[in-house]
Design a protein around this ligand. Structure first.
Ligand code: CP3
Length: 345
């Protein structure tokens, strides 16, 4: 095992006193860097990049070199899991992901199988993790990830992003048994997938529940946290982060999960969240990514205000959701530098 030169994020997660707050950014790989576009434009598309380990490793390391973040996140996508289970997706330029087939009834169940060889179907991700670890040579820890079962269910039922997600919500109200069967399968594969990422070298894993906010508390308990909880318990060799976007109503329950870090979006007040979550978890987030459209002075002062709201050590500075593609990389650097210059007294 290569020892880490910068383990600030791991020490923070363990609740140690640190000299400053660690910082990384959701969607730091890809999206804003011209260096990413240069590689991406030579290929047939996003999927080729995701499925070519050497190149996926290269774009994973770019933000470490260019932006100076305290952690890398493996370049991949949450949709590789349903892809491996049998539902293949395409990424449509300027539109987003699209599945050719969707799941709407019991007859569609064979389209999404948990009976798959994860090591083989997702070998390109594990190879990319190994390549990245070699390339990083211990500079910073590497974050692995998956989508939460609920968010993956949203995509396999809707077939693409949606404003209302009424098709997947219709499913939970008309055929909850089918919804649970699908969530169960996705959970099974996600556990095997995350554990294999850890075996390949991931130092931390994050579960992205991007569409948690479209459910209410009762539905999220039944179709959301129940499955996230199973994953947290089954992935026990590295710290786990749960980011349930929009689930402000579920913070108390998220705090009870067998995970080390809770990610917050910008709708959630830090002090209020800390009082709900308590002091036993690390909190990650939560600057509105749109703050990075403002001038440098405003970014500095808004970032410092965020850091001042961190009442104790267990905080990781991040945005409240992923970077938007049209953000100026210099503004991203300004956020990162401001965090790094802020000393904890
Ligand atoms: O954070 C990182 O930098 C690592 C890589 C990463 C990607 N997707 C790369 C990507 C991660 C962690 C994800 C997670 C992901 N993917 C989520 C959860 C996080 C969130 O934002 O809520 C979701 C919902 C997806 C699904 C997805 N993939 C969408 C909606 C899109 C299209 C729009 C977009 O750019 O986000 C993708 C494609 C995708 N995934 C791109 C990247 C860099 C754009 C690819 C390109 O055009 O080159």
């Amino acid at each position: 095992m290569i020892s880490l030169q910068n383990d600030l994020i791991l020490r923070t997660i363990q609740g140690e006193k640190t000299e400053r707050y660690p910082v990384w950014i959701m969607r730091q790989a890809g999206r804003v860097l011209p260096e990413y576009r240069a590689i991406r434009n030579k290929l047939s598309g996003f999927k080729e990049l995701v499925e070519t380990p050497e190149l996926a490793a290269e774009v994973t390391i770019q933000p470490v070199d260019i932006l100076g973040v305290d952690a890398a996140i493996i370049f991949s996508d949450i949709l590789v899991v349903p892809d491996a289970m049998g539902l293949s997706y395409d990424l449509i330029e300027n539109e987003g992901p699209r599945f050719q087939k969707t799941i709407r009834s019991k007859e569609d169940l064979p389209l999404l199988s948990a009976d798959i060889d994860v090591a083989e179907r997702l070998s390109y991700v594990f190879e990319a993790i190994k390549c990245t670890k070699t390339g990083l040579a211990g500079r910073v820890p590497l974050i692995g990830f998956c989508g939460a079962p609920w968010t993956i269910l949203c995509y396999v039922v809707e077939g693409k992003g949606s404003k209302t997600f009424s098709k997947v919500k219709k499913l939970i109200y008309t055929d909850p048994v089918l919804a649970h069967t699908l969530l169960d399968r996705i959970t099974d594969v996600s556990i095997r997938y995350l554990n294999a990422q850890v075996s390949a070298g991931a130092d931390i894993v994050q579960i992205f529940d991007s569409w948690a906010g479209i459910l209410g508390p009762d539905e999220y308990r039944e179709f959301g946290t129940k499955y996230v909880s199973r994953i947290c318990t089954a992935v026990d060799r590295v710290p786990v982060t749960v980011f349930a976007k929009g689930a402000y109503y579920a913070r108390k329950e998220l705090a009870a999960l067998d995970c080390q870090t809770i990610g917050l979006d910008w709708n959630m007040d830090i002090a209020e969240s800390r009082s709900i979550i308590g002091n036993d978890k690390t909190i990650q987030g939560n600057l509105d990514p749109c703050v990075l459209y403002s001038d440098f002075k405003t970014i500095e002062s808004r970032t410092r205000n965020l850091l001042k709201s961190f009442a104790n050590q267990r905080h990781i500075a991040n945005l409240g959701h992923g970077l938007y593609p049209d953000t100026d990389p210099e503004k991203v650097k300004c956020f990162i530098e401001t965090v790094k210059e802020f000393t904890i007294h």
